[in-house]
Design a protein around this ligand. Structure first.
Ligand SMILES: [Zn+2]
Length: 197
């Protein structure tokens, strides 16, 4: 059975939001149109406490989009975004959220970020999504949403690593493209066995 995983299609990642991805709101219609083709729809929601370690303003003197070492490896520092319960953390108002079977929140631990829908950025702390999908027999996963080169790519790579069939519909994603991150993410996805369609 097939699941559509809609990654972080939230107000803060769309134009006008705190960490806007160019054209991010332009994929909402395409994502909604895909939903009826799947046996299940899962939404992920970036969901950070105010003291989250991925926020540049929680590191004295640090600039947004710089990289710092964390216990689990290098971490990009972002503008403050998707704070728990804030308007920016809400789903894009045009997204067909009622169709979703599951909303999975990630990044709610202050000391570790979570790009992937499956694991925190240590690549070992699970979100529980893999168990949910396996229990429902959803083995064929299609990823859309934001951002192509971070949360979508990390999610798709982890899915392939966990033995799921993983596809990314490029037209229903948009990239941040920070220092060539789009090309790097695409190469990493192909190497992991993710299908880019
Ligand atoms: Zn985040």
């Amino acid at each position: 059975m097939r699941a559509l995983i809609v990654v972080d299609l939230q107000v803060d990642f769309c134009p006008g939001g705190a960490l806007a991805v160019a054209g991010g709101d332009g994929i909402v219609g395409a994502v909604n149109d895909l939903m009826p083709d799947f046996d299940a729809v899962v939404l992920t929601q970036d969901w950070h406490p105010p003291d989250h370690s991925s926020f540049a303003d929680n590191h004295a003197g640090a600039e947004p989009f710089s990289t710092v070492p964390m216990a689990y490896g290098p971490q990009v520092l972002w503008p403050r975004h998707c704070v728990i319960g804030s308007a920016g953390a809400a789903f894009h108002p045009g997204l067909a959220v009622d169709v979703a079977d599951l909303v999975i929140r990630k990044g709610f631990r202050a000391r570790i970020d979570s790009y992937s829908a499956f694991f925190d950025n240590d690549r070992t702390t699970p979100t529980g999504l893999a168990g949910y999908l396996r229990d429902r027999g959803l083995a064929d996963l299609t990823f859309v949403g934001l951002a192509h080169d971070f949360c979508v790519a990390w999610s798709a790579i982890d899915a392939a690593r966990l033995g799921f069939r993983a596809t990314v519909v490029e037209d229903a994603t948009r990239a941040i493209d920070l220092n060539g991150s789009r090309a790097a993410a695409q190469a990493a996805m192909r190497a992991a066995g993710v299908t880019l369609s």
